[in-house]
Design a protein around this ligand. Structure first.
Ligand code: RTP
Ligand code: MG
Length: 148
C-alpha cells in the first residue's frame, strides 16, 4: 500500500470545493488516513516546495499556499501516488483533461486547486513535514476486512 500527501489548496477551500475533492478521492476507492485544516506555516510551505526555491514563481507560490486555510490529507491505497497525480491532472489547467480535478475546476496554474506528491520519496518527505506519526490513523475499511 502506498501513502501520498494531498493538499486542497486555499483557493479550493475558498470556493467551497473541499467536499467535491474529498468525495472524488473516497469514491475512487482510496482511503483517507489523516486529514486536517489550517493555515500552512511559512516555514512548512518553504520546506514543502523547496525544489522550486530558485524559480521565478516561488514568491507568488508561497503567498498563494499561505493565503488562507488549506486541507491536508494522507491518502492511502494501491498505487495511490500515481492515481492521485492523474486525478489532479496537469499542473497548468489549460492542459488538464476534463474529468480531472484541475480540468474541471481550475483555469490558472497559480490557482490550481490541489497538490499531490509526485514520487514515493516526495510522499514520505511531505507527509513528515505536515503530519506527526500519531496523526495518521491506522484502520481498515470495511471492504478490506474479511468478515467470514
Ligand atoms: P503541486 O506540486 O502543487 O502538486 O503541482 P505540480 O506537481 O503539478 O507542479 P510543480 O511543478 O510541482 O509546481 C508546484 C506549484 O507551483 C505553481 N507553479 N506556478 N507560474 C508557473 O509557471 C508555475 N509553475 C508552477 C503551481 O501552483 C504548481 O502547482
Ligand atoms: Mg509538485
Amino acid at each position: 500500500m502506498e501513502q501520498t500527501y494531498i493538499m486542497i489548496k486555499p483557493d479550493a477551500v475558498q470556493r467551497g470545493l473541499i467536499g467535491e475533492i474529498v468525495a472524488r478521492i473516497e469514491k475512487r476507492g482510496l482511503k483517507i488516513s489523516a486529514m486536517k485544516m489550517g493555515f500552512m506555516e511559512e516555514d512548512k510551505a518553504k520546506e514543502h516546495y523547496k525544489e522550486h526555491v530558485e524559480r521565478p514563481f516561488f514568491g507568488a507560490l508561497m503567498e498563494y499556499v499561505t493565503s488562507g486555510p488549506c486541507v491536508s490529507m494522507v491518502v492511502e491505497g494501491k498505487d495511490a501516488i500515481s492515481i492521485m497525480r492523474k486525478m489532479n491532472g496537469a499542473t497548468n489547467p489549460v492542459d488538464a483533461l476534463p474529468g480531472t480535478i484541475r480540468g474541471d475546476f481550475a483555469i490558472e496554474t497559480g490557482r490550481n486547486v490541489v497538490h499531490a506528491s509526485d514520487s514515493p520519496e516526495a510522499a514520505k518527505r511531505e507527509i513528515a513535514i505536515h503530519f506527526s506519526e500519531s496523526e495518521i490513523v491506522d484502520y481498515a475499511k470495511i471492504d478490506e476486512v474479511c468478515l467470514y
